[in-house]
Design a protein around this ligand. Sequence first.
Ligand code: GLN
Length: 191
Amino acid sequence: MTRVGVLALQGDVREHQAMLESLDVEVVRVKRPHDLDDLQGIVFPGGESTAMAHLLKSSELREPLSELIVSGFPVLGTCAGLILLSNEILDGRADQWSFGALDVAVRRNGYGRQIASFEVSVEVSGVGEYEAVFIRAPRIERVAASTTVLATLDREGDHPVLVRQGNLWGCSFHPELTSDTRIHDAFIQSF
Ligand code: GLN
């Protein structure tokens, strides 16, 4: 059985867990380094990237996760989780760190704050039409040549909203907040 972690320090952990379990995946809530044992991949949920960054340090998960990411461990980062993976954060807090693994620049709250939360249909490569939920979403403003853009949204210009770079997937919307499991499924099928 596929065994996947959900980083469970803060954010919408339960929704990701439910979606993965509906795909017959065994889910481990990751709160401590030993929770990473024998996982095939991990999801970084949406929530508050500054809070998660802080908790990653205090839980001592930052180092082992860094090493796993570099070694090719699959990670799906959604919303705040995308911010944690990115190698450049615009409008971040001055002391905000990230794993710097996914070669993209993201602007925190790039589509506006709470008021700018919205739902829109996007075309996802290999998946099809997908109803995407954006909540204080980061906006991807630069991608490296090595990053594959799987979906874009045309809103004040074209911006990628789902990208993949090898083992790393970054999603600016919330695939766990719909009943559509296709993005989680594509992630799992990539192992
Ligand atoms: N704006 C949040 C942050 O910077 C992300 C929002 C979300 O995950 N829904 O962390």
